[in-house]
Design a protein around this ligand. Structure first.
Ligand code: M6R
Length: 583
């Protein structure tokens, strides 16, 4: 996690770095820092809190600077542990984890060097000072050879007043070149703008940015040419556009996200043909991406595809499941940077599997390993709680399985419109949120596709309300959890699948009998007036396999409204970050 930024050019470095940090804030937001180089010295500004708490720094002079927004891994949330870390001639910002930092730090301490933080990152600044003999690139090569783990770094050196050196291994880093100045950042949204040519750095590469240009070098120090990445400025849009929070804006964008994704798939469908020759399919992902994989697994089974399973990437990467040349691994990730998902994908590739990446970020780490990439076209998702990306993941996964199974049926074009109608029908859950915000624990129940959605609903609930929640298969309640159900445990029941609706309804009666306030989400009119339930949302009806695309919406809205009612920031839940680049 963490976001790093660098700028050198003719404009104000403080403004450029601050702006970049704002774009990267989703990566971590417990502390923030900027180092500007001016008049032969560093001006260092570090604060505990979000990026906005450093906005006054924008008025500072300087045409070169680096910045960092932190999600703490090594060392508590303090100003000392915030980046940049300065040691003598060097200032460094780092995203990643230096796994051998203890040994390296020990060496530095033996030389009598003093550390001012508890982080793994500070050791990089010390190593630069030790390895530096007048040539920045050679020093960087020597330093990087000694680092184990993952890093994207931007480094300032007082001897080079207009130069930023960047290096990367297993953490994302992009560089932007323009007439006005040169940029470096952890992701495209922080560098992409009109007139900026962007490059994605690969593992082992170095770049040197100065006021006028950018140069790239391979691991051995030889200059290399790089091809710019293509990007659409529209897809990098991160404006709030009059909304109070990104999360509600992004829920409102679901219809367009689904529509764009279905349209884009049609252009990419050919790529699927080369992936068909397999005996089994494994879908891997974390959090919401895992949940979209679970719904897609059910969809694949419905379409009669080869054996398809859904796995948590963090388990899969260490699991004993059969993965070989007859396996297609579908790695699903909004960011394309999630450490466990990337590691699972790398493991699968090593064992000879074919790798299909489904991501929302075109030039991500995951895409660089994949045999085939299918893009969700959700547009930039800023809120930490994933919403529109889930719906877009379903759209691409379903389209894929239809094409894979040569099913005549194609994902229904009417879905975006049904999403829109579902959003409208679901606004009333604001009242549910007011009633549920004092719950001891909230349960979300359903069967089959509804169960897949119940898991996602409970994740949203926990993530931004900070209240306990659980997503359960309705049939499992009486095998344990029913013991916890009483007046203080609201139950949200999903009933959208006619074939098992009665069965779920039995579970609803069982929890009502134990005093639980029950809230129903259904697409079946005959369940709309469920006796004993507190309230019901009737959402549009479509085939049961498409229902997750709709039925998740009231649950996303419920979590959002409850978080706001509780005074939480739904966009930046405590302890979390959007891009989980550490294991
Ligand atoms: O970027 P990814 O899709 O790989 O992220 C995976 C999870 O970290 C993510 O879905 C997380 O669970 C969300 N914050 C849930 O809302």
């Amino acid at each position: 996690m963490c976001g790093i930024v660098g700028y050198t050019g003719r404009g104000s470095a403080a403004r450029a770095v601050f702006r970049g940090l704002k774009a990267l804030e989703y990566r971590g937001y417990d502390s923030v820092g900027i180092a500007l180089m001016h008049g032969g010295r560093f001006a260092l500004h570090k604060r505990v809190g979000r990026v906005d708490c450093i906005q006054d720094v924008q008025e500072q002079n300087g045409e070169i600077g680096i910045g960092h927004t932190r999600w703490a891994t090594h060392g508590g949330v303090t100003e000392e542990n915030a980046h940049p870390h300065v040691y003598q001639r060097f200032a460094v910002v780092h995203n990643g984890i230096i796994e051998n930092y203890r040994i390296l730090k020990e060496e530095c301490l033996l030389r009598g060097e003093r550390f001012s933080s508890e982080t793994d990152s500070e050791v990089i600044a010390h190593l630069f000072e030790w390895e530096y003999r007048g040539d920045l690139l050679s020093a960087a090569q020597r330093v990087c050879r000694r680092l184990r783990g993952s890093y994207a770094i931007a480094v300032l050196c007082l001897d080079f007043p207009s130069v930023i050196l960047c290096a990367k291994k297993d953490s994302p880093l992009l560089v932007g070149a323009s007439v006005e100045g040169q940029f470096a950042a952890s992701d495209l949204s922080a560098v992409a703008r009109k007139g900026v040519t962007c490059y994605r750095m690969e593992n082992g590469e170095f770049s040197i940015l100065d006021k006028e240009s950018v140069s790239f070098f391979g691991a051995d120090g030889t200059a290399i040419e790089k091809t710019p990445v293509s990007y659409s400025l529209q897809e990098q849009d991160t404006e709030l556009g009059g909304y109070g929070h990104y999360m509600i804006k992004e829920i409102d964008e679901i219809p367009q996200a689904v529509e764009r994704t279905i349209r884009a798939f049609k252009r990419e469908i050919e790529a699927v043909q080369g992936l068909k020759d397999v005996f089994r399919i494994h879908i891997v992902g974390c959090g919401t991406a895992y949940h979209s994989g679970i719904a897609a697994k059910l969809f694949a089974q419905k379409r009669g595809c080869v054996s398809t399973e859904g796995y948590l990437a963090s388990e899969y990467r260490y699991g004993d499941q059969t993965v070989d040349a007859n396996t297609l691994v579908i790695a699903v990730s909004q960011s394309g940077e999630t450490a466990d998902t990337v590691a699972a994908a790398v493991m699968a590739k090593k064992r000879g599997a074919k790798l299909l990446a489904i991501t929302n970020v075109a030039h991500s780490t995951l895409t660089s390993y994949a045999d085939c990439v299918l893009h969700t076209k959700a547009g930039c998702e800023v809120a930490v709680a994933a919403t529109k990306s889930y719906n877009a993941q379903l759209a691409v996964l379903y389209s894929f399985f239809d094409a894979f199974s040569a099913c005549r049926e194609r994902i229904w074009k009417g879905l975006p419109d049904l999403c829109k109608k579902t959003i409208e029908a679901s606004r009333r859950v604001k009242e549910w949120a007011n009633q549920m915000k004092s719950a001891k624990c909230a349960y979300f129940i359903g069967r089959r596709f509804d169960y897949a959605v119940a898991m996602e609903g409970s994740l949203k609930w926990k993530e931004i309300t900070y209240l306990p929640g659980d997503g359960l298969a309705a049939g499992e309640l009486k095998h344990g959890t029913l013991a916890l159900v009483d007046e203080s445990t609201p139950v949200v029941a999903l009933i959208t699948d006619q074939a098992v609706a009665d069965k779920t309804f039995n579970a609803v009666h069982e929890v009502i009998a134990r005093g639980a306030p029950v809230y129903v989400v259904t697409s079946i009119p005959s369940y709309a007036n469920c006796e004993g339930a507190v309230d019901t949302v009737l959402i549009p009806q479509t085939k049961e396999e498409y229902m997750p695309m709709l039925s998740v919406i009231p649950l996303q809205l419920l979590a959002y409204y409850a978080a706001v009612a509780l005074g939480n920031d739904p966009d930046k839940p405590r302890n979390l970050a959007k891009s989980v680049t550490v294991e």
